[in-house]
Each structure stands twice: as structure tokens, then as C-alpha cells.
Write a protein that binds this ligand. Sequence first.
Ligand code: TRP
Length: 442
Amino acid sequence: MAVIAAFAGSAIGLGNIWRFPYLVGENGGAAFILLYIGFTLFLSLPIFLAESAIGRSQQVNCRAAVSFLVPGRAGKWFGFLLVLTPLWVVSYYSVVGGWSLDYLIRAVSLDFVRSTPEQLSGSFERFISHPWVPVLFHLGFLGATAAVVAFGVKSGIEKFCKWSIPTLFILIVLIAVYSLTLPGAGKGVEYLLKPDFSKVTAHTFIDALGQSFFSLSLGSGIVITYSSYVKKSENLMVAGVGTALSDLSFALLAGFSIIPAVFSAGIEPGAGPTLIFDTLPFIFSNLAQHAPILSALASILFFVAIFIAALTSSISLLEVGIAYLTEDKGFRRGWACVLLFVLCGAFGTLCSLSFGPLSQARLMGLSLFDFADSAASNVFMVLGSLISVILAGWVIPRSELFRELTNGGTQHANARLFPAVRFLIRYVAPLGILALILSSLI
Ligand code: TRP
């Protein structure tokens, strides 16, 4: 349970609550969800197992593991990519983490309960376009992450995950139930359940795959690094399936909490990264009109839980770079945290400013924030996952993969599934990823 909790702590985060609902809204609803579920079960889960087998068999940080498996220059660069991706992600992830910190403070000061939905509309826009306030929140969130990581893996991460994830699960179910009773919510439910395949393009596929990788923290050294800490007696397949199913169900619950409320509030579903931050105040201030105390309690608990969920994910993002700097470069843990705080803080500041003073800046036609996000999930993580499945399927000997995924054959159910899992890792995942890369290039 502790292993699943730590993996799920990395997997469940803003990716489920913030990113999934807005991508559903941008990509037309149910068809995107179906693709996302299919990718998660048939591509991402095998990739997760591939990465965890690599991590546990090598028992070192991801860069060292990869250069051990692929000697020479190429191995160094592959390993470096796996370290760089999470650091890249944590830079802009903590921008959104900062937004959730702001919302936590607003919930505690009863802002959502005291204001009407009309008064709240536009307030988020004013906040993120401010020249320095959101930057401060971003640095505050990143600083909190670095502080937890500085105290070490076991005492920091496990304690956080053990209670925050179950709390969040209960709250999101309650919010979904309430959201479904809002007037006009039926249109949102229809949007979530009735696929409209005419809206599906190559881009929908790429977004669904990228989201599936992002949400399970794949292709970025995290699963490899965490698995290097997992005991040989633990069952990696059970951990993988448990993590994927909890992550998937969490994303779906978030979709059912947010999208019906989006339709009820008359918000544009394709609004992009700001979607949930416009929708949640609407939900809570609506609830406050008939049940102010319940709304106050629910909003405070909810934003505390989101904040913790975001923090457990950002901890995992930072941990990869810390493992690299301390194990390979001889850094002390504290100094490694300071260094990465400065680097990621600076890059994240640019991403944060792209909602305000730098809103005109464009890279490949995208704002800095959107560029950072799509480069990570649609390029870096896709390449990282491809490297992982090739290593696990073609470089590591079959006997070693078998030993890790079945605990030396002692887990009989795993041993029976092993040929199918290896087939997915060896053929389906690499070919699927390649097909998607090609289609996106075309
Ligand atoms: N999976 C996390 C979420 O859904 C975010 C995350 C953690 C992540 N580690 C990652 C994303 C590694 C990409 C790569 O919020």
C-alpha cells in the first residue's frame, strides 16, 4: 500500500484535476476520454511496468541506470533527457501550483462563500495577469516543494501521500455529486458520455497520449527513480495496475466534477489552462447560496487537498534531479535543492509572466506556458517513454525483466501474464509511439 501510495502520490495531481478537464473541454469531450482510457490501459500501463522494472533491476538514479544499459554517448544523453524532463515540468507545474495556493488562501478567507458567482467572474483573469503576484505564489509553491524534498524521501513523501490522496478521493466524489445537480448540468454529462468522432483529429490523439503520459508521470525518470527505492519483495505489477487505475478513476471523477459545472455556468469548455480556476469558484459560491457552512468547509478542504496533491507530484518531479545531483555529482541534498529551486524558479517565472506582461511572446505559435507544456508532454515524455520501452523490451535480458515483474516467478498470476505484458512492451508500445510521432509530424 505504501508503494502504491507513493506512486499514486506522484501520478495524482494537477494533471488529473487541472489538466485533464481542460483538455477534455478543448478536444470535444467523450471521444477524447475514450482515447485517453485506451492509451492508459494499453500503452501507458506497459510503459509504467517497463520503467519500474528498469528502476528496480538497476537500483540507481535514472541517468545512471540508462547509461549502464546503453554504454557511451547515447546512453548519457538519453539519461540526461530523463533527468531534464521533470525539471522542465516542475518549472511550469509550480506556476499552476501557485494558483492553487492562491485559491487555498481565498477559500480560507471565505472569498468564495461571501461573493456571488457574478462577482467572482473575471477575478482569476485579474490575478494571473498581475505583473508579480502570481510569480510570488509560483516561487512559494516551488520553495515548499524544495523544502519537503530537502528533508529526504521517506520522512517527507510517504507522510504526505498517506492521508492526502484518500481525502482528495472522498472530496472529489462529493463535488462530482453536487456538480451533477446544478441546473443545466445534463448538457455537460452528455458532452462527457456521447462521443462525437467528427471532432477527432491527429491532434486529439497526441493530446490524449500526452495526457496519459503526463498523468502517470511517464517518460521522465520518475517511475525509474521511485522504483529503484522499492524492495525486491514488492509486486511491481500490482503496484502498476493499482497506480494506473487510481489515476484513471481520479481523472474521470475530476471530469465529472468540472465539466457539468462548466456547462451550468455557461463557461466556454475550450477555455484552456484556466478552465478549472474559473469553474470551481462558481461551484462553491453556488453551493454557498443554500449551504454557506458546507460550502466553506468543502472549499477549504478541497483546496487543501489539491494543494497537497500538487505538492506530492512536484516533490516527485524535483526528486529525480536531486537523486542525480546527489548520487552522481556528489552534491549535498540541501545545496542540490537550492540550485534547482533557482533554475526552475527562473524558468517558471517566464511561464507565469506569459499570462501577464509576456502575453505577446510566442514560441512556435504558442505562449511560453503552452509551449513549455506541450514540449514536455508531447515531445520529451514521448521520447523518454520510447527509450524506456526499448530498454526494457530489447536491451534488458528477458530473464531479468521476468525476474522483476514476477518476483523471480514466485507471483504465479504475474508469470502467466508476463508473455502478454512483454509483447505490449516490446512491440505494441514502441510501434504505437512511433506511429503517433509520425502522424504528428505529418
Ligand atoms: N503526474 C502528475 C500529475 O498528474 C504530474 C507529474 C509528476 C509529472 N511527475 C511527473 C508529469 C513527471 C510529467 C512527468 O499531476
